[in-house]
Each structure stands twice: as C-alpha cells, then as structure tokens.
Design a protein around this ligand. Structure first.
Ligand SMILES: Cc1cc2nc3c(=O)[nH]c(=O)nc-3n(C[C@H](O)[C@H](O)[C@H](O)COP(=O)(O)OP(=O)(O)OC[C@H]3O[C@@H](n4cnc5c(N)ncnc54)[C@H](O)[C@@H]3O)c2cc1C
Length: 389
C-alpha cells in the first residue's frame, strides 16, 4: 500500500517533470523569438499550437475531459517558466486556463463541460474572458453591456474593452447585464455567457498598440444584436459577477506567476551582465553597490515566489483565505516592476536600448500592476478581508 509520503514523492516527481518540460520548451521554442514577437506585436499561432500539443491548454482540466489535471501549484510553476521566456504567451495561457476553463469547470452544466472542455484541453478552442468595458474597469460591477431575452434566446448589445485573446479566441466568456430592471451600477443582474467569437454581430477591434506584452493580442469587442441560445448562459442568471470574482481569484495567482517569471528573467540577465561588463578596469560585479542591488533583487524574487506558492496551497500564515491571491499578486507584480527597474539600471545605457532583453521585461512588468485588479484594488481587497477577520 502507498504511504502518504509515497504519494507526495510521486506528486513532486511529476511536478518536476512537467516543469522541466515547460522550461525546455520555453528555452528552445520561445526565448529565441520573443524579441521579434515583441517588435512585430505578433501572436505566435504556431507556438501556441505546439504548447497545446504538450497539453498546456488543459492544465487544470481533469483527465476525463482530456486535460492534464495538474494541481494548482504545478500549473503556476509551468506558467512561470513560460513567462521567463515571454510574458505575452504566459498571459494568453493564463486567461485560457485559470479564468475560462476554471469558470466552465466550476459553473458549467454537464452539457457545457462536454461541449467546451475537451476542445479547450486539446487546443482546438482558445478562450478569452471579457468583463471590462471602456467606462468600467476597477468598478467592474458598473458594466453596461446588456443581454435581453427574446423568446428562448438572448440578445447581447454593448462594447467590451481590453479583451486578451479577443481577436484570436474561439470562445469568449462575456459578462452582460441581463436583469431588465437592473440598471448599472451593481453586481446583481450580471450574467456570464459562453459566446463563440464567430457568432454574427461579434466584432473584435484591431489589436491595441501596447507598451508591453506585445505577443498577446488585446482588443475591444463590439456586440451588436448578438443572438445566443439558452445553452449559452453559464451557471445561474444574475450570478455572473460572483463567478467572475471567483475566476479572478484563480486568475490573480496566474498573474503572480507571470510576474515571478518576468522578475526571474530580469535577475538572470543582470547576473550574467555584471560579469561581462567592465568599468574602471574591473568587472562591475566587483562593485559593492552592484552586489547589494543584485542581493536585494534575488531576495525579493525568492520572497514573491514563496508567497505565491503559499497562496496556491491556501496557507499564507496569518492571512485571511480570501486575501491570499491578492497578496501574492500585489507583491509579485510590484516585485516585477522593482526588479526590472533595477535590471535596467545595472545594464546602464544598454538597458535603455531595444537590443537588450531587460528593456522588454521592464515594459512587460508594468501591466502586472494593472490587470486582473490594479495594485490599489488588491490593497482594498486585502484591507477589507483584514477588517472582516
Ligand atoms: C494588457 C491588458 C489586458 C487586459 N485583459 C483583460 C481581459 O482579458 N479581460 C478583461 O475583462 N479585462 C482586461 N483588462 C482590463 C483590466 O483588468 C483593467 O484595465 C483594470 O481592471 C483597471 O481598470 P481601468 O483600466 O479601467 O482603470 P480605472 O479603474 O479607471 O483606474 C484608474 C486608476 O484609478 C485607480 N482606482 C480606481 N478605483 C479606485 C479606488 N476605489 N481606490 C483607489 N484607487 C482606485 C486604479 O487603481 C488606477 O490607478 C486588460 C488590461 C490590459 C492593460
């Protein structure tokens, strides 16, 4: 009979294997192209297909739906490896796995799970998540896209903003206000819909010209008299906002993993560079100011990673359960911004040039403090949870 320690050893061996596979793929197939995808703002279709072949489109989807059925920590470690190579590729995977697949798994009917999860796990369907609108970001409950009943159908009208994978996704989970009498603002009356992107009336905008994360496409989504059958409603009518918040809680761990990956990449580049670069006839690694800077960078990366792993296990000491993902995301994203800023400083003038990777990492880091809840919103979530503790 297997003991608990056998089971743990097996899980750890499996985890090490999957993470090593992700690192190997990222090093061979993503790192050499990341600068070009960034320059050309290109969504790497072929590379995404190869990631799907490895099973990385179904990381959290159970094996009965053709997924890998990974535990949350292993999934986050894979995302981190991908983000070390390219944070844009990592966010496309994170939205697909944590938010979209997670919401269908948690709220989908048997029929919805059978219809969507298998093709999502195989990579035949890439998914997106659309909550934000031009006038509702942090105050997401004030969204105004409407879903009206028409016989047995739903008719959606409105304008969504900043949809990651918006023009390349096959399926978009869209939040719309369905209660006729429920006018914005207010979370009540918001429902979640499974919207195939090629449905008539769905028009993604051109990919936004972004500061960073340029291998990922972000678009608006115009919805004009979009007709959906009753089977498109995810879970219960009027409860969609709660589903979105639960999805974002998982999603924030994905963004924290992305931020740790960006930080690790910046630290690795900085550590290599200080041995190559000489000033005053001395490799700059000999200067104590540089050593102290690297020491602080390495310590913060390790701390962000530990906090993320504790949050993934739900075991951050002395922290309310509903604040742990926010804490991990807040700390990891601010670490990514801090570490990449210092990496650019270590590279001096070269750090400011597009030819050197730390410049891209610095631009990529910024958005981790903004999306899936800005740092201010994370502090509000944590503060409120402490207040209720
Ligand atoms: C690259 C990218 C990809 C994205 N992908 C998606 C996606 O796939 N799906 C999706 O739905 N959305 C997506 N978003 C949207 C993202 O989640 C929002 O941009 C984010 O939630 C912030 O909203 P906002 O931009 O409207 O900022 P605002 O809400 O307008 O905030 C502006 C500033 O005010 C601060 N602020 C707001 N309210 C408060 C308050 N109560 N107290 C203190 N400060 C406050 C904010 O912290 C911020 O500093 C994406 C955004 C980007 C940039």
């Amino acid at each position: 009979m297997n003991t608990a320690s056998d089971v743990l050893t097996h899980l750890e061996e499996q985890r090490a294997e999957v993470v090593a596979m992700a690192r190997d793929f990222a090093t061979r197939e993503i790192v050499p192209h990341a600068a070009e995808w960034d320059r050309e703002a290109r969504f790497p279709v072929e590379t995404m297909k190869r990631l799907a072949d490895l099973g990385f489109f179904g990381m959290l989807i159970p094996e009965e739906y053709d997924g890998l059925g990974l535990d949350l920590l292993t999934y986050l470690m894979v995302l981190e490896e991908i983000a070390v190579a390219d944070a844009g590729v990592a966010v496309s995977l994170s939205i697909h796995n944590s938010l979209a697949a997670g919401m269908i798994l948690a709220q989908g009917s048997d029929e919805q799970r059978s219809r969507w999860l298998k093709p999502m796990a195989r990579g035949d369907v890439l998914a997106a998540f659309s909550l934000s609108e031009p006038d509702s970001g942090s105050d997401a409950a004030s969204l105004s896209t409407r879903a009206e009943r028409s016989g047995t159908q739903w008719v959606l009208n409105g304008m969504k903003a900043w949809v990651t994978n918006g023009d390349v996704a096959d399926l978009i989970i869209v939040m719309a206000r369905s209660g006729v009498s429920d006018t914005p603002p207010g979370a009540r009356g918001i429902s979640a819909f499974l919207l195939p992107r090629r449905t008539p009336g769905v028009t993604p905008g051109k990919p936004e010209d972004k500061m960073g994360l340029r291998a990922s496409h972000t678009t608006t989504l115009a919805l004009t008299d979009v007709r959906l059958g009753a089977e498109a409603l995810l879970g219960k009518e009027g409860v969609g906002f709660a589903y979105a918040l639960a999805g974002l809680d998982r999603g924030r761990l994905g963004i924290a993993a992305q931020a740790v990956g960006i930080s690790r990449a910046a630290l690795d580049h900085a550590v290599r560079y200080v041995s190559e670069r000489k000033q005053f006839d001395t490799p700059i690694r000999e200067f104590q100011a540089i050593q102290f800077r690297l020491a602080d960078m390495a310590t913060r990366v390790a701390a962000a990673r530990s906090l993320l792993h504790e949050a993934a296990r739900g075991g951050v000491p002395n922290a309310p359960a509903n604040a742990q993902a926010s804490m991990a995301k807040l700390f990891a994203s601010e670490t990514a911004m801090w570490v990449t800023t210092h990496a650019v400083q270590i590279f001096g003038g070269y750090g400011y040039m597009r030819d050197y990777p730390v410049e891209r990492l610095f631009r990529d880091a910024k958005v981790t403090e903004i999306y899936e809840g800005t740092s201010e919103i994370q502090r509000m979530v944590i503060g409120r949870a402490l207040g209720n503790g």
